[in-house]
Design a protein. Structure first.
Length: 495
């Protein structure tokens, strides 16, 4: 007696079902949206096909019935002419001749008592001859005996003298055609359902394959591979658009992560100096401060240094809020030209002390939808930078000039601050927009390298752009912000 393999609990493993992985795969396939949508489309299409084929079958039967009735009418008209010209004898003779011809036509002439006189119909259900008019009935031929094995559409007339005339047409061809149509109907529905199901399975499998691939990549990204990106099939379908948007989102997240690492490094590097200076001042005051005046001066210096650090952290928090999109409260429409003019006038006194002229060229009606305070802060940063680094001039006779401009250009409001200083090399213009980035030529001047980062964050919040270009000589900073469409001017109507 042979031994039988058993599982860990003594249950037989011979003849076990499909692996769990295959069942899970099929279950996941059937749960996909693509399969459900394809199945729903299949059901709708099958319903339409059912009604269409049903209408064709019904219409085909109706056409055949009309043809049969038309044939019977033609036979009746011919026999009527024969009866009118020769009476019952002529009618019986014609019926006998036509009954011997092959075909589906049926004839019967009986006595008033129902006895067979002429024709190819031998048996009828009781009472059929007693109801003149058109009807569909069973009948038997002479070769069938008393069996009613056939069906026909017949018309019955009562002739003068009580004789009865039956003219009809066998419907066997119609029934065969109806059976053919019925089989075609059933096979067509089965073919539609089968092909539709296979098509749904094929589409769902392709979609599931792409989704599984996307899921595998996203799992790697969640595991820490932030350089991973979703593959595009190049078809431009909704999955490609989704993958493209997700890749753009991952690129943005990567930028933010790199910015966060850079901020951490820059904070550790650039804030170490002011913190060390603050500690040294406090230590010197403890060691050398022998009178109240020196201690007071040391405290004031420490407070000033602390205020600078607080301003740095406030700027960092503001940039973080702007980049996260959390500064959208209080957005309203305002005149950007008026804001640029106000900031330029505010810095005129500071510019005069440094021997720099501030010239403003502002158009009227530059309406923006956004934060008036943030746009004003951005313009203040740009003008402050221009005053710090724009003292070099190509024309010593006229002195350095900082030009502030605001104009409308192709559906945007363009705010520009241009100086005549040393400018920024083209290779460094993208890098100076990052936090705490300062060029070597600017490290001897006060500042922490956050002004341009704040302006760039303000531009992003307003869905605009911030660019730095060569002013030949100097630097031209351009803030381009989308403007709401202008309302058409109202027409004046004469009284």
């Amino acid at each position: 007696m042979s031994a039988r393999n058993t599982g860990p609990h003594g249950q037989g493993t011979f003849g076990s079902g499909a692996p769990d992985g295959v069942l899970a795969r099929l279950g996941a396939l059937f749960r996909t949206t693509a399969f459900k949508l394809s199945l729903a489309y299949l059901l709708v299409f099958a319903a339409f096909a059912f009604f269409a084929l049903g209408y064709v079958a019904w219409n085909a039967r109706r056409v055949l019935d009309d043809q049969i009735v038309s044939t019977i009418e033609a036979e009746i008209n011919g026999l009527s002419d024969q009866y009118a010209s020769g009476g019952i004898r002529r009618l019986v003779s014609v019926v006998e001749r036509r009954s011997r011809e092959p075909g589906a036509s049926l004839y019967l002439v009986t006595t008033p008592a129902g006895e067979h006189v002429a024709g190819n119909v031998e048996a009828l259900p009781p009472g059929v001859l007693n109801e003149p008019g058109q009807t569909e009935t069973a009948y038997g031929r002479s070769t069938d005996g008393d069996r009613l094995d056939h069906r026909a559409i017949v018309r019955i007339f009562t002739l003068p003298g009580g004789f009865r005339l039956l003219v009809g047409r066998d419907v066997e061809e119609r029934d065969r055609l109806r059976a053919v149509i019925g089989r075609a109907f059933a096979w067509s529905l089965m073919l539609v359902v089968g092909l539709g199901f296979l098509g749904s399975w094929f589409i769902a499998q392709r979609v599931l394959k792409r989704v599984d691939h996307m899921t595998e990549i996203t799992r790697g990204i969640m595991a820490g591979d932030l350089d991973g990106r979703l593959t595009l099939a190049g078809t431009g379908d909704e999955l490609d658009r989704l993958a493209s948007n997700l890749n753009a989102m991952l690129d943005r997240i990567g930028e933010l992560m790199r910015g966060m690492r850079e901020v951490s490094d820059n904070i550790a590097h650039d804030l170490k100096t002011p913190l060390t200076r603050l500690r040294n001042k406090a230590d010197a005051a403890l060691r050398e401060g022998n009178d109240p005046d020196s201690l007071r001066a040391a405290l004031e210096a420490n407070i000033e240094e602390s205020d600078n650090l607080i301003r740095v952290f406030n700027a960092l928090l503001m940039i973080a809020r702007l980049e996260a999109g959390n500064a959208r409260e209080g957005l309203a429409e305002f005149d950007a030209g008026a804001v640029a003019l106000e900031v330029a006038e505010l810095y005129e006194a500071v510019a005069e002390e440094r021997g720099i002229a501030v010239q403003a060229e502002v158009e009227d009606g530059l309406v923006l939808h956004g934060s008036r305070e943030l746009i004003g802060q951005a313009m203040a940063n740009l003008i402050d930078n221009a005053l710090k680094y724009g003292q070099k001039t190509a024309d010593p006779a006229s002195g350095p000039v900082v030009r502030v401009a605001a104009r409308r250009e192709e559906g945007s409001v363009v705010l520009t601050v241009a100086d005549q200083g040393e400018g920024i090399p083209e290779a460094e213009r993208g890098r100076v927009l990052e936090r705490f980035v300062r060029l070597e030529t600017a490290r001897t001047r006060p500042g922490f390298g956050l002004g341009l980062s704040l302006v760039n964050a303000v531009a992003r919040l307003h869905q605009g752009t911030f660019t730095l270009d060569d002013n030949a000589p100097g630097l031209r900073a351009t803030l381009r912000l989308p403007a709401p469409p202008r309302e058409p001017a109202a027409r004046e109507v004469a009284a």
